[in-house]
Design a protein around this ligand. Structure first.
Ligand SMILES: Nc1ncnc2c1ncn2[C@@H]1O[C@H](COP(=O)(O)OP(=O)(O)OP(=O)(O)O)[C@@H](O)[C@H]1O
Length: 404
């Protein structure tokens, strides 16, 4: 039997069902290889086997290389002790020690054997050490590379900080745009392109995002909306122009909410107050009311019950148990809790309905946040004052949104 996709009723299968799936409330029968996971499962199986075979091949090559080394060391160990007797036998039989009696000769032989075995043992230890040293050399090389990269990044950060300081003029009243502490971002003739390519995404963009000026960034797929946010966050470098960020990044300054939120493996409270976990490790009941209120506002009251309270240690991974919409709601709860001055939102309502989006943006406004959003829905316009449209090939249009 199987469900007819046309009528929705059960009908008899021509071939015998091979796979039975119990999905909790209904048993589904599928012919072999036709289950929803059948083909995908086989592909994954094949790919896993290929990777495992590659790993085994590498291990085998390593074992072959080490095999000859260990055969050499052990042969040297065993044959070395025999060799010591051969070495002493030659002068004894050629009559060099003919003047010695048997007691003196046996003392000489055992002394010679002891010295030889001791030398061989030392030599084996040296070879053993050489393998350990080569392992340590590998680790040291990697740590060295990591350290160099970190130093380079710190140096770049220092250089760009001093550049910014030189370029900032908070008292400038003669220029077109005045950068004040209430400005989140100031971009002057900024251009940037796709990494490792000359394809321009945005050219000569001049823009000021200050408090109360909510900005909506729109444009077709691949026109560079997320890339612009990366430029604002300092993750990517602009090819031309000047980007100034007078406000500070962080929970109470400029906060970025990505399309796919990040969750740690902690309790529900830790998800909401992230990244402040270290600052309020035992906040106890101090913030309970606020957190519960914000969960309610984000439409997540049921999650509180499901996770057994704010501080209940959960067994699950948040990415596995939350739906994409719930993840986005939870990241809004985080935003409400942290209440940054500026919230940079990258398609954070893509999995939500328009009503839910309205409600969440309304709360952001009530909490006094200035939002810089990337989105596709025209319903977002009413929550913004400026619209930056990226048109591709470096072109852009900046306009003021008319309030209806
Ligand atoms: N890390 C990267 N390395 C190389 N190219 C990248 C990288 N990230 C993005 N790109 C390219 O840069 C271009 C702009 O990407 P971006 O993610 O900014 O587009 P977008 O406008 O946000 O698109 P969408 O609406 O689909 O989110 C795309 O062509 C993309 O393939």
């Amino acid at each position: 039997m199987k469900i007819s996709p046309r009528t929705g009723k059960w009908r008899k299968l021509k071939s015998r069902p091979r796979i039975v799936i119990w999905n909790g409330w209904k048993t589904m029968f599928y012919p072999r290889g036709r289950s929803p996971n059948g083909i995908a499962g086989r592909v994954e199986h094949l790919r896993t086997n290929q990777r495992l075979a590659y790993l085994l091949q590498t291990q085998r090559e390593l074992i072959y290389k080490e095999l000859w080394l260990y055969i050499g060391i052990n042969t040297f160990d065993y044959l070395g002790s025999i060799l010591s007797y051969v070495v002493i036998a030659i002068p004894i039989f050629s009559g060099v020690y003919g003047h010695m009696d048997s007691a003196e000769l046996s003392a000489l032989v055992s002394k010679n054997a002891f010295v030889c075995i001791y030398l061989i043992n030392c030599f084996s230890q040296l070879i053993d050490m050489s393998t350990t040293v080569s392992d340590v050399a590998g680790y040291t090389h990697r740590i060295g590379e990591l350290q160099e990269t970190v130093f380079e990044l710190i140096q770049q950060e220092k250089d760009s900080a001093s550049d910014h300081e030189e370029n900032w003029d908070f008292n400038n009243v003669s220029g077109e745009a005045v950068v004040t502490v209430d400005t989140a971002f100031f971009l002057e003739r900024v251009s940037f392109s796709v990494p490792s390519s000359d394809q321009p995404l945005v050219e000569n963009l001049t823009l000021t995002v200050s408090q109360g000026n909510n900005l909506l960034i729109v444009g077709n797929t691949g026109t560079g909306k997320t890339s612009l946010l990366r430029i604002l966050a300092g993750l990517w470098e602009n090819t031309q122009g000047n980007v100034q960020v007078p406000s500070c990044f962080g929970p109470h300054g400029i906060l970025f909410l990505p399309q796919k939120p990040f969750f740690s493996d902690g309790t529900l409270r830790e998800q909401v107050i992230y990244p402040l976990t270290k600052i309020y490790p035992d906040s106890g009941f101090v913030d309970d009311e606020r957190i519960v209120r914000f969960l309610e506002l984000a439409g997540l009251s049921s999650l509180l019950a499901r996770s057994g309270g704010l501080d209940q240690k959960v067994e699950w991974n948040w990415y596995d148990v939350l739906s994409p919409g719930e993840m986005q709601r939870l990241s809004f709860t985080r935003l409400f809790y942290l209440q940054p001055k500026y919230a940079v939102l990258d398609e954070v309502t893509s999995a939500l309905t328009e009503e839910a989006e309205n409600e969440l943006y309304r709360v952001c406004k009530q909490l006094g946040m200035t939002v810089i959003s990337v989105g596709h829905r025209s319903s977002l316009e009413k929550f913004h004052d400026l619209m930056l449209k990226l048109c591709g090939n470096g072109k852009w249009e900046l306009s003021r949104i008319k309030k209806k």
